[in-house]
Design a protein around this ligand. Structure first.
Ligand SMILES: [Zn+2]
Length: 101
């Protein structure tokens, strides 16, 4: 059996995946703008307030790793996203970015 290629191994911040797994569901149920600008602002705000969790993983391994670790951070992620929605709703940037009405 060949060794796995070193090129296939990279560090990945799995917190990003956890945030994006919950983001759309929470935004859909929230009273907030759902345009792409606000969606990304919510994601960025939440990620800036959550710890980065880098793991070195091979392609294909990442999802089982994520599922295993996600439960530890799920509550924190949901809270961070809800807080982010509040902030973005009060301060939407979609106008200055020329995207919305
Ligand atoms: Zn918006």
């Amino acid at each position: 059996m060949a060794e796995p290629s070193r090129d296939m191994i990279r560090p990945k911040n799995y917190m990003e995946d956890v945030v994006f797994r919950h983001l759309d569901r929470i935004i859909a149920g929230a009273d907030c703008c759902k345009c792409p600008v606000c969606r990304m602002d919510v994601a960025a705000y939440a990620l800036n307030r959550l710890p980065s969790k880098y793991v070195a993983t091979r392609e294909g391994e990442v999802y089982s790793k994520l599922l295993e670790l996600e439960h530890q951070f799920e509550a924190d992620v949901v809270i961070a996203i809800m807080k982010a929605i509040e902030v973005v709703r009060k301060n939407p940037r979609h106008k200055e970015m020329g995207k919305g009405d």
